[in-house]
Design a protein around this ligand. Sequence first.
Ligand SMILES: [Zn+2]
Length: 265
Amino acid sequence: MKKPICLLLSALMLAGAFVFSAGAVDSASAGVGEKSIETTTAPETQPAESEHVHNWGEWTVTKKATLYANGEETRTCLDDPSHTEIRVIAKIAEINQPNYSYTYTGKVIVPIFTAADVNGTLLVQGIDYTVDYVKSVNTGPYTAIVNYIGKYDDIDNVSYIISGAKQSMTVKAKSKTVKAKKAKKARQKVKNAISVSKAQGKVTYKKVKKGSSKYLTVSKKGVITVAKHKYKKGSVLKIKVKVSASGTINYNSASRTVTVKIKIK
Ligand SMILES: [Zn+2]
């Protein structure tokens, strides 16, 4: 146990002695002051090297950054190619999309997104990336391809969906009159009591039993029939009709309920 400690101590002492003797030699030679040595190490020549100002060339990308790894840029001193500097190109972050879902507008939809590096510095379209858009107008899923270029080299994509728009269908009911005399003899058809505009898809009509007269019916096409019956003059019959539009690929289905009044004259 004692031997290694002794060896270590003696090694340290030797090292100390060496440093001391080296210092002693230095100060001794300086002290001796040989004039020829003093002039060669004179302050005029020494600062010339420490005053070297790098004449940096342009940064060049020596390794492109990807989604998974940092890249590198290097520049070299034009006055001394052994002087080089390297800086990191931060790797690409995941694309930031505020929303994945859009509503049909009838026009081309361009998805909103931002591309950035992992430090949050925004990347610039045309310089750092290009986008291959798909012409997206109709409902459905879409994917735009993001190609990283310049300092970057990778591919990512922006997926989004266009869903159907709400219908702006409007349904209006008009009051109609039917003569008691005629209705007494035969059923009466009443056309155009319901007008529909801006409907998308197939329009159908259906009677809502609750709140409707049992003497009134409506065809699928919206024609109201007043049953053959002995009506009192001046009475008013009502029919509630649910008007439905089936919708299209780009518009959702919709329905409105209106009440038609049939006056008996
Ligand atoms: Zn330099």
